[in-house]
Write a protein that binds this ligand. Structure first.
Ligand SMILES: Cc1ncc(COP(=O)(O)O)c(C=O)c1O
Length: 410
């Protein structure tokens, strides 16, 4: 079992180089801070302890190192990289990733992709199908704004609807066959997928890009070898389907899939041409516990760049303090608690607006007004709770990025 101390020691070593408790009174008035924030020009003008809490924080050094590592891996293994935007929901990050070598961005939902497109992001892949009259209309409109956008389809009726709407708009729309490799959406691999591909090939206003196959149930399998076996077994039917389509001259060799947990597995499976991981950007505690290829039971391939900055608002006893961050400030759907960056502290939820901290060792040093950072337990739904991402280097706030696609779940 991964002990908390073991996890903190290995996974958060880099994060711990910055002070975990931010003491000292803010020097500027709130009115001044508000003005700086409204101006959007924060570099050199704002410190970490001036940010109103709870706040979502991005450690730029760790984030950039995460991106560099994934980009280098994709390049070395000759795979395209289209990181999933469902993790960050932030156009600045999507643009940064493209600058670093990504071919574009995935959007989990149409509305997320609409936001990215409106902010000039191209190379979009919408990883869930647009279903129903209005969504189809919006998909075709999105293709008008960003013509290289790829939409997933997994049934003939939906493909026909998309084709008809595209024809009415005198447009061609890119589609990918979403394959069901992991018990969620998609057409089943093999004969059903081939039949669908043949139907799509006959629809004049659709262009088939290839296959999307996301093996979500392999991503968090604990232990690298077990995860490798899971991914291989789930992806094999997709690889076989792709080979069959190529044999019949339908579609293209393109096959997109993979996750943070399987990036260094899927990149060695022949036939997977593109990786679409998301969480590696931020790295949450949910992922830390799955185990790494060389690092045993703690997954340290990527650093914990995303934290929640909280303030101690009460010290009812000498044994515990209460912070201003609870369920509404950090999301987790797993049976473990958020982990403070300071290894001396232990967190437990204290309701919607509050969390409780105790010392795991000696006396509790925290006082009312002190600030602490908690590592994001599950990054995607945590990001979805915030409008802004405060990007820091050391103690300085270097940028504030808008989580513009927050709440875009349609
Ligand atoms: C379709 C799809 N692709 C890729 C990902 C990225 O996975 P991860 O954040 O685990 O890297 C997800 C995550 O849920 C997904 O749903």
């Amino acid at each position: 079992m991964t002990t908390r101390r073991h996890f903190l020691g290995a996974a958060s070593a880099a994060a711990l180089t910055a002070p975990a408790i931010l003491r000292g009174a803010a020097t500027r008035s709130w009115a001044e801070v508000e003005k700086i924030l409204a101006s959007g020009n924060v570099k050199g003008r704002l410190a970490k302890d001036e940010i109103p809490t709870p706040a979502l924080m991005l450690d730029l050094d760790l984030f950039e190192a995460n991106v560099k590592k994934m980009v280098a891996h994709a390049r070395a293994t000759n795979r395209a990289l289209r990181p999933h935007g469902k993790t960050h929901k932030c156009p600045e990050i999507a643009h940064y990733l493209v600058k670093q070598g990504a071919v574009g961005a995935c959007g989990a939902k149409l509305s997320e992709a609409e936001v990215f497109a409106a902010h000039g992001v191209r190379g979009l892949l919408v990883t869930t199908a647009a279903v129903g009259k209005h969504k189809i209309e919006r998909a075709v409109r999105l293709a008008g704004v960003a013509p290289d956008t790829v939409f997933c389809v997994d049934n003939a009726g939906n493909a026909q609807d998309l084709n008809d709407a595209a024809a009415a708009a005198r447009r061609k729309v890119w589609v990918a066959l979403d394959l069901c490799v992991s018990g969620r959406t998609g057409v089943m691999p093999g004969a059903p997928a081939v039949a669908l591909a043949e139907r799509v090939a006959k629809l004049p206003n659709l262009q088939c890009k290839g296959i999307q196959a996301y093996a979500g149930s392999a991503a968090h399998v604990k232990g690298w070898e077990k995860r490798r076996a899971a991914s291989l077994s789930l992806m094999t039917p997709a690889i076989e389907t792709r080979a069959e389509l190529n044999k019949r001259g339908i579609g293209t060799p393109w096959l997109s899939g993979g996750s943070t947990g399987t990036y260094n597995i899927d990149s060695h499976i022949d036939g997977i041409t593109e990786l679409q991981p998301g969480s590696f950007l931020f790295m949450d505690t949910d992922y830390n516990v799955i185990g790494g290829k060389e690092t045993g039971e703690v997954y340290t391939d990527f650093g914990n760049a995303l934290t929640i900055l909280a303030t101690v608002v009460s010290r009812p006893t000498d044994a515990h303090v209460i912070i201003d961050s609870g369920f509404k400030a950090m999301a987790t759907d797993r049976p473990f608690l958020p982990v403070p960056k300071d290894p001396e502290l232990k967190f437990s939820f204290g309701g919607d607006e509050h969390g409780k901290l105790v010392s795991s060792g000696g006396a509790l040093k925290l006082q009312v007004g002190d600030r602490v950072e908690i590592i994001a337990p599950h990054c995607d739904p945590t990001v979805n709770l915030y409008d802004r991402l405060y990007c820091t280097r050391g103690h300085a706030v270097e940028a504030v990025w808008s989580i513009a696609a927050r709440g875009m779940s349609q």
